[in-house]
Design a protein around this ligand. Structure first.
Ligand SMILES: [Zn+2]
Length: 170
């Protein structure tokens, strides 16, 4: 059983389908329903419901079944959440974030950065030299920026995520 309101799960969904989309996930009926019905039950606009369902479907978190109305001959889509795949998706997501963090860490390590007091941008030492230590955006002096804080924060986050993603079968 998935706890939709678990902070990690909630964060994942909000990132995926937005705040309104998350309402759909939270309040969607358990049985098969049409998008109109979902909109009615959740109070979320129909076009947002449709967009949300499509994204969930693409991420294999929702399924649909098409049925033809015997009277009108129209096709109706019946939707259902399918969160059986959620843990695998969370795992994938965590691995993606982990990869990005490692790339960032690699970029930060062993480098010397300069920035102005307005922090317009960060410049590597070589480039700061070319700029004669003047920020090209605000004309303030460029000064050495200690990136140890950034490196330590990245390392800590990497360790946390590694603990979270290890031991769970992919
Ligand atoms: Zn500046």
């Amino acid at each position: 059983m998935v706890d939709i309101n678990d902070p990690v799960v909630k964060g994942y969904f909000i990132n995926l389908v937005g705040e309104e989309g998350f309402k759909v996930v939270q309040k969607m009926p358990m049985e098969e329903v049409t998008d109109e019905k979902i909109s009615e039950v959740t109070g979320v606009l129909l076009n947002i419901v449709r967009r949300t369902l499509f994204i969930l479907y693409e991420n294999r978190l929702a399924v649909y079944r098409r049925v033809r109305d015997t009277d009108s001959g129209w096709l109706t889509y019946l939707w259902k959440l399918d969160l059986g795949n959620l843990n695998a998706q969370l795992e994938l997501e965590a691995k993606k974030v982990l990869r990005n963090l490692k790339v960032k860490l690699e970029f930060e390590e062993g480098k010397v950065f300069y920035t102005c007091k307005n922090q317009c941008n960060r410049y590597l030492f070589e480039y700061a030299t070319e700029l004669e230590f003047i920020c090209p955006i605000c004309d303030e002096k460029l000064e050495y920026q200690d990136n140890d804080i950034i490196i330590n924060a990245l390392k800590r986050r990497i360790l946390e995520l590694e603990a979270l993603t290890s031991g769970v079968p992919a």
